[in-house]
Write a protein that binds this ligand. Structure first.
Ligand SMILES: *Cc1c(COP(=O)(O)O)cnc(C)c1O
Length: 403
């Protein structure tokens, strides 16, 4: 007998929980693709993606997952043999670099740590040594979903500028856009990409790319272009050209509903909700860590992501905890991947999540720790509740003072 029945809670870092309103938006007939409502829908989505990326740049929607978005970004601005610098802070930037390598780029990885952010000084130093400007693009993720590290996108732009380097700055926001501030224009990002199934609460299957004028200038010269990803082709007026074929209609209906929800809440409020729920999660993990078996992967509190928290586990298989939460409590946690495979579980607090869901996930983990006799500091959920009370209390007082 278990207590798992009830609404199952997905606490994995993608795909994330899909709001009922988004699911319901997909239950409708297909539409004609050349005129009318679909054309308006596409225009609205391309515009609203600018609001999400905080940019005036052009945006593109692909029927693809995040990996497709990576390929779209690379193929539009690079040529075979171009040198690319990947800034490592876990798994994902390296994955993006692997795709670039397959496509014929000369990829160099600036080694980083799985436990902390990309060091802007190291980036500046490497770029300064590239006196011939052989490096054509710098690839970084804002949040690395495997390590739980958040990188400082603005600081790395400053480092690139300090080195006087002209490389394109390309940032993966799959696990961070609509989870924390992302300011494409203010931070000087040339190409940004994301996908539908994380902060954007939409079924997996859409990738998004935003590219500024500098990126479009590189696009003119790029030799890796293929028709499916090509920005120039997608700028042509016929509606089906925007997708290089039939639009992924039902995904677009879903995305429309998800963006409406995000703008109704307010993008800044969405960021803040994620920050508060991350603080609550971190408070719980901090308490559990006192038992010396569990611990944070990311050492510096300021470098911990707002959307996902990997928890290291020593001397016990992390799958024991995750199996308990899933089979007994109905909460599915993420497993460790890459360097953290078999060493961690991951708690996602990303997308369509509220206090009840996050405290519920933390409660299920604490139940597992107790039931399985795994040493841990007591009161993790209490600490999460206290953090949430303090954080939401401050927000309430601020709102009262402003009104
Ligand atoms: C999930 C993720 C991806 C890959 O997305 P897929 O849809 O699985 O291809 C890329 N980057 C980051 C940061 C991610 O979290």
């Amino acid at each position: 007998m278990t207590v798992a029945n009830g609404r199952a809670l997905l606490a994995i870092p993608g795909p994330t929980n899909i709001p009922d309103r988004v699911l319901q938006a997909m239950i409708r007939p297909a539409e004609e693709i050349y005129t009318g409502a679909m054309v308006d829908l596409t225009d609205g989505l391309l515009n609203d993606l600018r609001r999400v990326f905080r940019t005036k740049a052009r945006t593109y929607i692909y029927a693809a997952n995040g990996h497709g978005g990576w390929e779209a970004a690379i193929s539009n601005v690079l040529s075979r043999g171009d040198k690319v610098l990947v800034l490592a802070s876990g798994r994902f930037a390296i994955g993006w670099g692997e795709m670039a390598r397959f496509m014929g780029a000369d990829v160099e990885v600036l080694e980083g740590s799985w436990r902390g952010s990309v060091d802007p000084a190291a980036v500046e130093d490497r770029l300064r040594r590239d006196t011939q400007h052989a490096i054509k693009a710098v690839l970084m993720v804002q949040i690395d979903t495997a390590s739980g590290v958040v990188n400082d996108v603005a600081a790395v732009r400053k480092a690139i500028d300090a080195a006087g380097h002209p490389a394109l700055y390309m940032v993966d926001g799959v696990a961070s856009v609509a989870c924390m501030p992302f300011e494409m224009d203010a931070w000087g990002v040339d190409v940004a990409m994301s996908a539908s199934q994380k902060g954007l609460m939409t079924p997996p299957g859409l990738a998004f790319v935003a590219a500024n004028d500098k990126a479009h200038a590189a696009h003119e010269r790029a030799g890796m272009k293929t028709l499916y990803w090509d920005w120039t082709a997608r700028q042509q007026p016929p509606h089906y050209m925007k997708y290089c074929g039939t639009p992924p209609e039902h995904h677009l209906f879903a995305l429309r509903a998800a963006l409406d929800m995000i703008f109704e809440e307010g993008l800044e409020a969405v960021w803040r909700r994620h920050a508060l729920l991350a603080q609550a999660t971190h408070a719980a993990v901090g308490r559990w860590a006192e038992g010396q078996v569990l611990g944070f992967n990311v050492t510096e509190p300021g470098q911990r992501a707002a959307s996902v928290t990997p928890v290291l586990v020593q001397g016990v298989a992390p799958t024991r905890i995750a199996e308990f939460t899933e089979k007994v409590c109905g909460v599915t946690l993420g497993s460790g991947i890459g360097e953290l495979a078999d060493k961690a579980f991951r708690i996602a607090h990303m997308g369509h999540v509220n206090a009840a869901m996050v405290i519920g996930a933390l409660g299920a983990i604490e139940t597992a720790l107790k039931a399985l006799d795994i040493p841990h500091g007591a009161g993790g959920v209490d600490a999460a509740v206290a953090a949430l009370a303090a954080g939401t209390g401050a927000v309430q007082r601020e709102a009262a003072a402003a009104s």
